[in-house]
Design a protein around this ligand. Sequence first.
Ligand code: UDP
Length: 249
Amino acid sequence: MAMKVDLLGAKIDALGLDETVGRIAEFIRAGRPHWVMTINPEFLYRAQFDSELRDLAKRADLVTPDGVGIVWACRVAGNPVPERVTGIDLMLRLVESAAVKGWRIFLLGAAPGVADEAAVRLRLSYPDLQVVGVCHGYYKEDEEAEAAGVVREARPDLLFVALGAPKQERWMDRYLIETRAAVAVGVGGSFDVLAGRVRRAPRWIRRLHLEWLFRLVKEPSRWRRQLVLPLFAWRVIKEYKLKKFPPET
Ligand code: UDP
C-alpha cells in the first residue's frame, strides 16, 4: 500500500519516479479517471492561506514532490520522500511507457504552436508514440468546456495539462471526467522544454539540486515567484522544528 505523508496539511505520495509511473500505469489499466499534481513550494505556501488550493491538493489522486524544496521540507517534517518527481521528468517517463504500451496521449496547454512542436519532437524520439491530439492553452474562460470536448473526441488514455499552477489543477478537477481520459497529469512548463523553447539546466547542475537557480538566472522574471521560497522554508522550520521546543518563559 502506497504511503502518503503530511506536509503543512497537504498529503504527498512518498513514491519515487519509477513507482509513480507504476501507479499511473495502474490508473490507466483501471480506466477510471484519476488526476495527478506535482506540488511545488509555491503552491503549498499559497495553500496555507487559500482553502481552494488546499482542497485541490486533497482532491488530486496522486501528489508528487516537485523539486528539492519539497523533498527537503518532508525530511525536516520527519516524513521523508524518496526523491523529487518533477513534471518534466514524470512526463518524459510516461511518454516512454506510452510508446511501449500503446497509450494514446493528448497535449493540452502552452502558447499556440508549442504543443504541436513538442508532439513533433516526441514523435521523432518515439516513432510508435500515439499523440492523438494537441490544443494550446490560451483559450478564453468560456471556451474551457470546449477544450474538454476536443480532448474527448480524440479519446486519449493519458492527458498532459500544461496551463501552469493552479490553473491546470482547477481544470483537471473540473473537466477530467468530461474528457473521459483515464489519467490527467499537470506538467507546468514542460511543453516549452520539450518544444525547445526553454532549455533545461545541464545534468551536472540538476545533480547538484540547483535547477531552480539555473531557471532563476535564465528567466529573471521568475524571481518574484521564487521570493516565496524563503517564506516557505521559514514556515517549515517554524512548524516542524520550533514547535517542538517552545520558547522558555
Ligand atoms: N499557460 C497556458 N495558459 C495560460 C497560462 C499559462 O497554457 O493561461 C502555459 C504557459 O504557456 C506555460 C505553462 O502554462 O507553458 C506554465 O509554465 P510555468 O513554468 O509557469 O508552470 P508552473 O511552474 O506555474 O506550473
